[in-house]
Design a protein around this ligand. Structure first.
Ligand SMILES: Nc1ncnc2c1ncn2[C@@H]1O[C@H](COP(=O)(O)OP(=O)(O)OP(=O)(O)O)[C@@H](O)[C@H]1O
Length: 492
């Protein structure tokens, strides 16, 4: 691959270079990526979402791309973030991250609100641009980072915006406590852990936002938040530029240090060592540390023992997998904040289908909201299934018809073979109908495909089973609860 620039230690910028060359050093790479994007997503989608993206600076392994509004930035981040990362990495192997940011001039001149912040209820069409501006104008300004040391805190990730339920109430309470009284004995360090997309970063930002609030009664304190990956690259850069002392001093001058995704430091011995010393220096000086990882300190094998021990010394709080109830509450809160009317049926459908992580759940809802705002169409179950076809298909694959048949037979205590037998006794026929109903609800199989799995039955038999079960569920609450329970068991 040909490139004239020396990545990763290049400091490029979209501004003119000193020799008067107005071109960004990576503009050829960018042109190629744009061309590919256009082919991949199609002209209309490209023009709607991606055309306004511009190149920003390159810093080590990260390239910044600018977008003119917050709405566009958030949308592109959620829908194309990963793809852009892969494309840049394919173009220049050293680039591993793509940061999508609001263009500097857009920050200085926020768009004028041309529609109420809360968009009108669906049915009253919203002009696309007006809708985008309304969302953009409703979003608060990005909190500025501490010098160039840390990453900015995202104002959307506040405590108020965090929905609390059984799986996360302990972690939430610990985070609140640290935000109220940092460096309290027993809460330092605060170690948050849990699976992907369950709210660790959100809680860390919430702590940071609370502590840096100018109106905080005890006065704002200095907070540095960064990913462990960034910590490592900053450290390496400091070694290269012989400014490690400055780096250490900067780190040790903060009141609260938050490091996200610590598992990244596994196998990076020198960086771990540096982090260990920083950690000790800060805790000894009575400063607060907050760390997140995908596993508990004791399960983070690959981290030095002494570091694991210290990490487990304060408060360790686990974010558990979400429950159906929590997913519904999160969706309700996000739908309400968007101002778009999303029927409860759609929320339930999404909460049933997307069970793994909140980021995906939120992404799916955002896509529906954007669709409604852009095209002025109501959010309906049919529209959801159509627009989210790709996401839903990926989730469908998790439940197979065989699993459904097994669970249903166990539940009603019938033989598995009766799922495909010709027996018509109600004790057998009803569970079989329920299994067909669940196969339709939980998989993307067509009616004829489902019929074939049930002893080569016709698609009309499946259709009849679906309507019969739906009807019975409306009439008989106990039966409805049984079916609901089975569905949840199959999805968990
Ligand atoms: N309880 C919640 N209430 C509201 N939003 C939530 C909740 N949990 C997660 N989210 C949202 O889900 C998205 C993913 O959350 P977050 O980035 O904090 O996850 P994470 O645990 O840090 O994931 P990762 O392991 O990928 O770093 C964010 O947009 C966040 O706001």
């Amino acid at each position: 691959m040909e490139t004239a620039v020396n990545v990763p230690y290049l400091t490029a910028s979209s501004e003119a270079s000193s020799d008067g060359d107005q071109r960004h050093p990576l503009s050829d790479n960018w042109a190629r990526i744009c061309g590919r994007l256009q082919t991949e997503v199609g002209e209309v989608e490209y023009r709607t979402w991606l055309r306004q993206m511009t190149l920003g600076p390159v810093d080590h392994d990260e390239i910044t791309l600018y977008l003119p509004t917050r709405f566009l930035r958030d949308w592109v981040r959620s829908q194309y973030g990963d793809r852009l990362g892969t494309m840049w990495n394919g173009e220049i192997a050293e680039i591993r991250r793509v940061e999508l940011m609001l263009a500097p001039d857009a920050r200085a001149n926020p768009p004028m609100p041309v529609a109420p912040a809360m968009s009108p209820v669906l049915g009253a069409p919203v002009a696309p641009v007006a809708a985008m501006r309304a969302v953009a104008a409703a979003a608060p300004a990005v909190a500025e980072p501490r010098g160039d040391l840390a990453a900015p805190l995202d104002p959307r990730f506040s405590f108020e915006a965090f929905v609390v339920g059984k799986p996360n109430e302990f972690a939430y309470a610990c985070a609140r406590r640290v935000a109220e009284r940092p460096s309290s004995p027993g809460f330092n360090p605060l170690f948050l852990y849990g699976g992907v997309g369950l709210g660790k970063t959100h809680l860390m930002h919430a702590i940071g936002l609370e502590l840096t609030r100018p109106a905080r009664p005890q006065g704002a304190v200095s907070v540095a938040y960064m990913s462990a990956e960034k910590f490592m690259y900053r450290f390496i850069a400091a070694i290269r530029s012989q400014s490690t002392m400055e780096f250490k001093e900067q780190l040790r001058s903060v009141d609260v240090l938050m490091i996200d995704d610590l598992q990244f430091l596994i196998g990076k011995d020198n960086t771990q060592e540096e982090f260990f010393h920083t950690f000790n220096a800060l805790v000894d000086a009575g400063k607060q540390i907050v760390v997140s990882a995908d596993k508990s300190p004791s399960d983070l094998s690959g981290l030095e023992d002494r570091l694991r021990t210290r990490l487990g010394c304060g408060m360790v709080a686990d974010l558990h997998a979400t429950t159906f109830e929590l997913r519904i509450s999160i969706l309700e809160a996000k739908a309400l904040a968007s101002g778009v009317a999303v029927p409860p049926k759609v929320l339930e459908f999404l909460a049933h289908k997307i069970t793994t992580n909140v980021r995906e759940l939120e992404g799916a809802l955002n896509r529906m909201i954007a669709h409604a705002n852009l095209f002025g169409r109501s959010v309906t179950l049919d529209a959801t299934q159509e627009v989210l076809h790709d996401i839903l298909k990926a989730h469908d694959r998790r439940v197979t018809i065989e699993e459904i048949q097994r669970k249903v037979s166990e539940h009603w205590n019938i033989r598995l073979t009766d799922m495909s037998s010709a027996r018509r006794a109600r004790a057998v026929a009803r569970p079989r109908q329920v299994a067909m109903y669940l196969a339709k609800q939980l998989t993307s199989r067509s009616l004829p495909e489902i019929g074939r799995k049930f002893g080569n039955r016709d698609h009309t038999t499946v259709m009849h089973a679906v309507s019969r079960v739906t009807e019975l569920m409306e009439r008989d609450t106990a039966f409805a609860e049984d079916v609901e329970l089975l569905r949840r068991m199959l999805e968990s």
